[in-house]
Design a protein around this ligand. Sequence first.
Ligand SMILES: [Zn+2]
Length: 285
Amino acid sequence: MPELPEVETIRRGLSDCIIKEKGGKVLTVKIYSGKSFIGEPSRIMGAEVIEIRRRGKALIFDLSNRVSVICHLRMTGQLVWVGKERFAGGHPSDNFIADLPNGQTRVIIKFQNGTLFFNDQRKFGFMKVLPTNRVEDDDFIARLAKEPWQMKPEEFYRKLQRHKNAPIKMVILDQTVVAGLGNIYADEALYYAKIKPKRKAGLVSESEAAKLLEGARVVMERSLEAGGSTIRNYVKSDGTKGDYLELFAEVFNREGQKCRRCGAEIVKVKLGGRGTHYCPECQKE
Ligand SMILES: [Zn+2]
């Protein structure tokens, strides 16, 4: 699932390709799955993208006619721009480099200077058209908590205390507690702070909470520097396929391998239905 750093990487990459005259005006919108596009497509035709913003894991395309498109990729969404250059980001798959559209393409937005493909294998993602001045009131956006960069450690600690008996990992995945942490970065941040994912949130001390918040920032920044799950990391310069997780992950997808801090074997368990990775030695119960 694309997480905050991946979505931010997509925001930056697409901004370079489609803002204003680079993309030009929207010519047509073709919808292959009604579930994937909410609102009236004609409202964006003839307009240019003037800014691409991000709130949590949602992208917001602001258009020149005061209409916006909120796009959430959820589990398997991807955005692929094909124009003078090609840019792709989101759930990594061969769609990054394949001929499009294909059976996973849900929406095609054709601009004067290129085409934006919204692919989504499982159709949990969506695009939604609404007036720009209504974006902040949208249910989805209004519910989001602050991101780790905006939140103070005291506030984070207080929020954890409100979910005393829940496993800490499930609490930090809750987007109303802190926005932007998904499964990968929750595991990585807990490793950074040396806290076992199943520990009750009420048993996380104030100083551990501060360390966890710092960890959330650090691991997401590392991923941002690495470029997230985009075409750049999917296909390496030698033509082989890469895994962007290799670039920063300490525990995620490293089960059976040695902890780089203490040498113990990283384990993987299920917690609240999510694959959860941790070091049984240096992360404390
Ligand atoms: Zn360890």
